[in-house]
Design a protein around this ligand. Sequence first.
Ligand code: GLN
Length: 289
Amino acid sequence: MQISEALKKATKILYQKIESPRKESEKILLSTLKKDLTFLILNEDFKLTQEEIDIFFKKVARRASGEPLEYITNQVSFYSKIFFIDYGALIPRPETEILVDFAFQEILKLSPKNQIQILEIGIGSGALSISLAEKLENANLDFKIIGIDISQNALKIAKKNIENFNYSSKIQILQSDLFQNLHSQFFDLIISNPPYISENLKGKLQKELEFEPEIALFSGNDGAELFRRLLKEFFNRPEKILICEMGFDQKKIIQDEVCKLANTDYQLIFYQDLANLDRGFILKKKINS
Ligand code: GLN
């Protein structure tokens, strides 16, 4: 079977099941052949082996049954880079790129003199920390990131990406439930894209989410269980800045929780995603020092 024919057949299988059947068929084929787009354009009549055909159509069937393309191709694009991804970690979403920008801006405002210490809670695939690391490096800033995750499977994926992008000396990973295994380290900035979806929505969301680790998605009845724990610990620690992604409907919960837990003056700013939905917050303790 030639490439053109295989793509036509795959597009037909995926037609009306997903938004871009032709484009995704191409991506699945390229990942099967381990080639890039130029190869496809120049080799429409290239003849596939039986083994390649079998692997390709197995992957197409996975996509037809709702599995995210990213897990099938083991690739995800985030902040203009391609990261390795697999079942153990949440697939980074485009809206999380906004968090990278806010974190970077806050670090610039710190006008740091010493090495900047950053903590990412729930590092997942590592895409957020690595993207931030690249921006900091390009700005000639000295920094160190510690990325923690409760999931060993996620940490394996983060490690692979950190090594692939050569950040092993700048980003350190650690298995930890929130601050549990961090001891007395101090961080200039804490960032997190924690699980924030309500447990009540399990199984009621897009099919794709069913393939992602539940621990990276769901957090209690209102989706804010982890936020409550995180905010409580934040106000008991010396760190001053916390930037988090959150659900579009969680502004009030966060406001109430911060108001309840705050033991110092603070500033709480919410930011929106590209669809203009509330998507995250920047929380700063106002302490003179
Ligand atoms: N933004 C993701 C979604 O809506 C959820 C990610 C998360 O819980 N951190 O699918």
